[in-house]
Ligand binder design. Structure first.
Ligand code: SAM
Length: 393
């Protein structure tokens, strides 16, 4: 955990997403405590709609935007400047310069604090790709809820309530970089989502489902745990204006990969009706999941759930999975390894080799060359994998 955490008391077993790490810890907009007494924060994610990405009918379309590459102040710089946690957004440069509260030296010059060079930056011969870092914008004092931004461009802002640091079992309450990466791909592949029924596994705060619902007809947004699903449901309500004009419906449902089937007990919150299950099997053509490969048992469980569902679907389908290749030093290997990622890749291999005469799984990596419409650091370790599932010939 980085220096940003110095001023906040987090237990040693908590994890913090990089998406939130770059936000300084002063004056976060804490909106409430959730059912477990955890502080809930509100962040806004701006979508830079462009002509290339197709336009949301209600979105203002100012043509393709350029995404600023200005670096965020280092986490926890604690500079006393009035950074707000709210927006990871970029718009016109002038607006950004006017609104960004940045450190200045004695002469009033911009004092740029450079991010330490990452090991992954070493290979300078690789083609340069636009790197986009989250930036912290100063909010107007009277606009702490972000209503100003929301009013001026309501179709460009996704509002997400989340917690800031959680124990591992609650990681779904944060937004992960892979969700933003996946959301970018969803926006790029409108053809795949337009008017379709789609299913997200391990949706967490629901950001990728919310983006999918700007195009899809029905999104089954699934995860586990009443508290998390309630938070997700709330985020969907906060962003209902994005889907409303498009006839999109998001249904938040419990789907626990460790259970053999859907929960249909009407007394259980977020359980499935028989109609929902039939609709899912009859119409789903896309499944997607972001950042769900961090524990080998859960990865196995997710692949089992994925298989169980696709074997029951009426139609051929595509699964899209985002993963961040994380390196850890392990005492067992006395080396830096990426075991969770390796296990994910092995699971993909097994799926591809499956030859049961019923379905064929074609696995391929997706190059990260699609446009970036959300603001996050598109690091090389972010990967997207596509699995096309068709009846075996
Ligand atoms: C790292 S979070 C990713 C959340 C979200 N997709 C994102 O990228 O922001 C992993 C997600 O997997 C979910 N998950 C973990 N175990 C699960 C299980 N057994 N069944 C369903 N979802 C599970 C967690 O609740 C959490 O939302």
């Amino acid at each position: 955990m980085g220096p940003a955490m110095d001023e906040v008391t987090f237990k040693s077993d908590t994890v913090l997403s990089d998406v939130h790490l770059y936000t300084p810890n002063q004056r976060h907009l804490m909106v409430r405590l959730n059912g477990m007494g955890q502080p809930v924060f509100l962040s806004q994610f701006k979508v830079l709609w462009s002509r290339d990405s197709g336009t949301n009918s209600g979105a203002e379309d100012n043509g393709p935007r350029h995404v600023s590459t200005q670096e965020a102040p280092p986490a926890g710089s604690g500079s006393g400047h009035s950074h707000e946690d709210l927006s990871l957004q970029a718009g016109d440069d002038i607006t950004i310069r006017e609104r960004l509260s940045v450190p200045l030296d004695e002469d009033g010059d911009l004092d740029v604090v450079r991010r330490p060079r990452a090991a992954s930056d070493a290979n300078q011969s690789e083609p340069a790709r636009d790197k986009v870092h989250p930036m912290i914008l100063a909010q107007e004092e009277d606009d702490l809820t972000g209503d100003g931004a929301q009013k001026s461009c309501p179709h460009s802002i996704i509002k997400i309530e989340h917690t800031m640091a959680t124990p591992l079992e609650d990681v779904g309450k944060q937004v992960w970089r892979g969700a933003l990466f996946l959301a970018d791909y969803i926006l790029f592949r409108r053809d795949l989502f337009q008017g379709c029924t789609v299913l997200e596994l391990g949706a967490g705060t629901g950001l990728a489902s919310i983006v999918a619902a700007t195009m899809a007809h029905t999104v089954y947004c699934t995860d586990v745990g009443t508290d998390l699903l309630a938070m997700c449901q709330r985020n969907i309500a906060l962003n209902s204006h994005l889907a409303a004009t498009r006839d999109g419906v998001i249904k938040v449902k419990e789907l626990d990969w460790l259970k053999d089937d859907f929960c249909t007990d009407p007394k259980v919150p977020f359980s499935w009706s028989e109609e929902d299950i039939s609709d899912l099997y009859d119409h789903t053509t896309v499944l997607f999941a972001a950042e769900v490969f961090y524990d080998d048992d859960l990865t196995d469980a997710l692949f089992n759930t994925l298989s169980r569902i696709v074997y029951r679907l009426k139609n051929a389908c595509t699964a899209i999975l985002s993963v961040e290749k994380r390196f850890n030093f392990t005492l067992r290997h006395l080396d830096v390894t990426c075991e969770a990622y390796d296990h994910f890749r092995a699971s993909l291999d097994s799926l591809e080799k499956l030859a049961d005469g019923k379905l064929r799984f074609m696995v391929e990596p997706v190059e990260a060359t699609f446009p970036q419409l959300l603001i996050y650091e598109r690091i090389r370790q972010l990967e997207l994998w596509k699995i096309v599932v068709e009846p075996a010939a």
